[in-house]
Design a protein around this ligand. Sequence first.
Ligand code: GLN
Length: 304
Amino acid sequence: VNYQRILDDVAADVVPFIGKGNLARYIPPLTKVDPNQFGMALFLLDGRLFTVGDANVRFSIQSISKVFSLALASARVGDELWSRVGREPSGAPYNSLIQLEEERGKPRNPFINAGALVVVDVLSSHCPRSEEVVVELLRRLAQVDDIEIDVALAEAAREVSHRNFAIAHLLKDFGNLRNSVDNVIRNYCYQCSITMSCSELAAAAAFLAAGGIATNGGERILDSGQAKRVNALMAGCGTYDGAGDFAYRVGLPAKSGVGGGVLVVIPGLGTACAWSPTLDASGNSSAGVAALERFVKITGLSIY
Ligand code: GLN
């Protein structure tokens, strides 16, 4: 298969979608990103990497970080996590408060903000600066030493985290947060402000396509059952209230972030990451989703 040719075709096809939708509005530095960027990377388990467009430009990974914090928490506490977080799609926006109140402080899944805050809380109980553990894992998986947190972005995000504070206070009130609200929000904002490129993210997630084993050096990150389950959660919940539509159009486990990245796992084969900063109504990259849809259409690489 000529994957380079396929990526080139995909990039040409998505031009009409680039710039469609809106930049993430509530985090000031994210509103200053050039909206007319697009990149995509495909990483295969044999180590080959194919890229097109801005695939090596770093962007804010935002909620894509939730995949890696979940992997770390699963490895640490295993099934215990599920007493505090559910595994169902929410059908609601990622930052919604309504369900959390109705369901007495147990978030629907680990990828909406409420669930991700509980995951950060779990990690924070083991390491007070939990984002550092996430960064270290990403550096190891992508084999890149200079993956960093954009501290200015993290501080700006923390400043406007009114909804996330509200969610965290609700969690605390229901007894589902062990650490302080301030610490959990801080660590969450720092973790979301890690910057990486499509190429780096695709390489970092390859263990999820390989039964939990990192492709470089063979480090076991998760057991194969846990890796399968992270993929299942990504498929059901990784693109929020757009998850049904994403399954219909693309049909791969995925995680998006409001920085415009969309990461997908192709079990047994590899990973792909598409990025373009402007978002649809669910907070998923318009051109990113369109690119993955096109990619799957050409290759037939869907799990369904
Ligand atoms: N940091 C963002 C927030 O909490 C992450 C959301 C996202 O990427 N969907 O609002």
